[in-house]
Design a protein around this ligand. Sequence first.
Ligand code: SF4
Length: 328
Amino acid sequence: MAKKNRILSGMRPTGPLHLGNLHGALLNWVDMQESYDCFFFIADWHALTSDYENPGAIGGFINEMMMDWLSVGLNPEKSTLFVQSHVKAHAELFLLLSMITPVPWLERNPTYKDQIVQLSNKDLSTFGFLGYPVLQAADIIMYKADGVPVGMDQVPHVEITREIARRFNFLYGNVFPEPEAVLTHTPKILGIDRRKMSKSYQNAIYLSDAPDVIASKVAGMITDPQRARKSDPGNPDVCNVFEFHKVYSDRETVDRINAECRNARIGCVECKQIMAQNLIKALEPVRRKRAHYQARPDLVADIIASGCKKATAVSDRTMAEVRAAMKI
Ligand code: SF4
């Protein structure tokens, strides 16, 4: 049987997962399990780069995140699911790569500049925050990943990883392959206020939300801003609720709402109720699986431990090669 290409991706445990995470990454990961050798990790050290003042909260989100992953279909029989800080070799490789990474490469990172502005309520003038692309490079090349699934905005991250791998190979010999960015196309799922769905904007619908919470969040969603009354024709093309319908409602319902909204034959309240019901129904299997894992904390702990063991076996082999190449 042909060897599968390996992909690696991670998520920072800074809060419960929401529909933006589901459609932006997780469903794609679930599909990739069938055709790739997948390594998915909970990036708790990365969470520390911006949330270092509140480390206890990060620890609490690790189990929650693993339960969310398992609930949407990530399968520990098919993928290696692990926690970054449980595989200490990531810290060693990060240290060694930091010796060879020029500081200007980090300073020109667009996300670094953007986050400093966006997260102005946090002091991010730290060595750890500036250097997080080096940690990311260590995470990726540790497993000699062939690809990293990313959206367009994250391509520069993969590029800096490739540059660091190339520099290591140039200085010490050919140890690391250069990973490719695997571009992912995802539906446009915005928050209930039409901004990017994010915990920090308080506009997210979480995978763990109860049905009544989902219904109330959907009821508060911003629709076509030009439509003030039910008798005004609406424009589904600019309405976030309609984007959700495209994902969660069947074709017939989408076509009907598309026509009735434009002719003012359906009001936003009714339209939202239909969407909320379909969304709640779609998330029902996720909620059921989550309840299963929530009642079995030992099972979740075993899954994490066994994933970390598999990841450690690979990272030990890589670090032996790295130390030999560097003669240390
Ligand atoms: S009827 Fe539905 S699609 Fe039309 S504006 Fe209202 S919520 Fe949006």
